[in-house]
Design a protein. Sequence first.
Length: 117
Amino acid sequence: QVQFVESGGGLVQPGGSLRLSCAASGIIFSFYTMGWYRQAPGKQRELVGTVTSGGRTNYADSVKGRFTISRDNAKNTVYLQMNSLKPEDTAVYYCNAVTERNALFDWGQGTQVTVSS
């Protein structure tokens, strides 16, 4: 059974930072490109960025230069370092294995990030 468990969200002021983690189980983690997605209230889920099995990253324009995705294949974990946070980054953040920008498996519970003063 594939499972993703996201953690690390919270309330942060604009300009602040957070580091999200996502622990994966039930898959051969190192085989997959992993992605972080987010869904803001009333909006569709969007892809924030991806990291290939070899560590190559790609980001949405809205987060480029502020967010960094990394992975630890030994721990089956993918990370999202978020800096210079803005109120528009407020969303529930999810991870998943990705192919052609599409998520492959069922979603986890996500982790809420709220950016507000």
